[in-house]
Ligand binder design. Sequence first.
Ligand code: SF4
Length: 266
Amino acid sequence: MQAIYRPKPGSPAEEYAPWACNLYKGCSHGCVYCYAPAATWQNTPEKRAAFHGRPQPREGVLEALERDACKLAQKGERGPVLLCFTCDPYQPLEQDHRLTRTALRILRAHGLRPKILTKAGPAARRDLGLLLTAGGSFGVSLTSLSEQARSSWEPGADAGGLARVDNLRAAMGFKVATWASFEPVITPQWTVNAIREAAAYCNLIAVGKLNHMAPPKPIHWPSFRRQVAALLESLGFARVDKSQMQAGPFLGCRHYYIKQDLERVR
Ligand code: SF4
């Protein structure tokens, strides 16, 4: 088994980090727009239901992670390694299995910087000290600040947008570099409101469109792209390219990145 992998060139995952590792098979957050079952060849209704209803640890993933991390370190790689792309590293299962905590220790021991991406609530703060000593970063996904939107679109997530912003604030207090993924955009207003709430606690912001399904109301994506870029620049963020997105976030910076799908839409 390979635990640390290079996301496919040009894929949405590759825009986030040059390396990634998925610790769990499945994700109980159950987001309506979830891309992960399709990305892992489990896109039948039954398999999607199992993916969200019965997530499990990936058997042998920590042993494989140790081997892969050792090999990458020998080649002089430093990461970042995204945790995770096809699951949430702090979904409730983590309380019992602690794969994420152990993975952070392994990455730290091999000098590979972890890059967390989560929708979890206060449980996601548990490892901030470890993340700091590993030179890692902490990121959250944000689609909306509204509890009603969370319950409709991310029904299994235990934390809404405001709790995720609290986690960013906590990470910044630990002097851990922070980032937020505003992807997918479900309605432009939800995203704009969430950006305004979270911006003060982000070193890097990424914005990407809704794919794989239609938004509740049609969105004129080029207008939204211009709107969000103007907003971020008015808040003091400077636009960066893919290589800086992959390498970041960095403490003290205020960077933003428009994902390729949003950048290319006409
Ligand atoms: S948090 Fe990510 S992997 Fe988990 S259900 Fe939501 S979109 Fe899918």
